[in-house]
Write a protein of this length. Structure first.
Length: 336
């Protein structure tokens, strides 16, 4: 496999993505804010703490059960801000359109973005449009940038996990990735699998109202739960131990993964969060999550340990333990 060209795996959110960032982008753009490698940058501006993030969306197909590229772009950017504890305020939206795209398709996407932004309480205040020749793109790509305010006393980062902390998950995993794959490949199951795409900032605000001791939060998108937890373990130099039976997976998603040879731990989510928090706050946080519609299936799935720093392990249903590596390449390209 060529090492001197960009491959699909470089967009996986796994090991190849990490190598691309480490070898190309960090040396070029290095600064203390970027070095944290969180889902958003937290910067000081005139005494206020601003959260700033950007994301690009290249999902195929554009429309899928539970959402579309427009709502996904809003939700994904709002969630990246929320994972830093920020209240999202403003978004930009930039569109790269392929010549020949139907205006009706574009209108549907734009209307969906409008409704998603309205529901999330954010305003799309600026943007850009470019058109490329037919065959130079794939219908429509969207880039969104978001700005929010981080309240005083909130400090969330992947380098803050400590041994003894617990790992909370807001609900079932793998829904988004399998919904995209099923729609793309025309797969049919006994019941339709819906994407979990949703804006999580209200759930985050509820959690932070209960405890400001939360160490870090991540929405496990590309690379799934495995990549998100591996990044936290490596950055905090701790071990993370998961309990297999506690990780919620819908039966139809589990069945689809078994049929397709996929592991739900590596499948993308777009409406779930992982939180690392001190053990003494865990039950209060869990109760708050369960009372929110977006956390109704929340649970504690593991703990942070001193053993095996930098590694994620899992106690299986058979009583054994296995390493949960970061995904090397890309199980499901073009899912967000």
């Amino acid at each position: 496999m060529a090492k001197d060209t960009v491959l699909l795996g470089h967009g996986s959110g796994g090991t190849m993505s990490a190598e691309l960032i480490r070898d190309i982008f960090l040396p070029a753009f290095q600064n203390p804010v970027l070095a944290r490698l969180d889902d958003q940058a937290i910067v000081q501006v005139n005494g206020s703490r601003l959260a700033f993030t950007t994301d690009s969306f290249v999902v195929k197909p554009l429309f899928f059960p539970g959402g579309d590229i427009g709502s996904l772009a809003v939700h994904g950017t709002v969630n990246d801000l929320a994972m830093g504890g920020a209240k999202p305020l403003f978004l930009s939206a930039a569109f790269i359109l392929e010549e020949g795209l139907s205006m009706d398709v574009l209108r549907r996407v734009v209307c969906s973005m409008r409704e998603a932004a309205r529901s999330a309480g954010v305003a799309i205040v600026t943007g850009d449009t470019k058109v490329v020749e037919k065959g130079s793109g794939d219908q429509l790509f969207v880039n969104t940038t978001g700005i929010g305010i981080v309240p005083n006393g909130i400090s969330l980062s992947a380098n803050l996990a400590r041994p003894g902390d617990v790992v909370l998950l807001s609900g079932t995993i793998g829904d988004h990735g399998i919904a995209i794959l099923a729609e793309r490949e025309g797969l049919e199951f006994d019941s339709q699998i819906q994407s979990d795409s949703a804006a999580l900032h209200d759930l985050v605000a509820n959690m932070l109202a209960v405890s400001r001791n939360i160490r870090c939060m991540r929405d496990p998108t590309r690379g799934g739960v495995s990549s998100a937890l591996n990044e936290i373990a490596a950055t905090s130099k701790v071990g993370i131990e998961l309990i297999e039976r506690e990780i919620p997976v819908r039966e139809e998603v589990r069945g689809a993964c078994e049929m397709l040879g996929l592991d739900p731990l590596y499948v993308a989510n777009e409406g779930k969060l992982i939180a690392i928090a001190p053990a003494e706050d865990a039950q209060a946080l869990l109760a708050t999550m369960l009372n929110n519609p977006l956390g109704k299936n929340a649970c504690i799935i593991g703990k942070v340990t001193e053993a095996h720093p930098g590694l994620v392990t899992m106690r299986t249903d058979f009583g054994t333990s296995r390493i949960v590596d970061m995904l090397a390449g890309d199980q499901l390209p073009r899912i967000c």
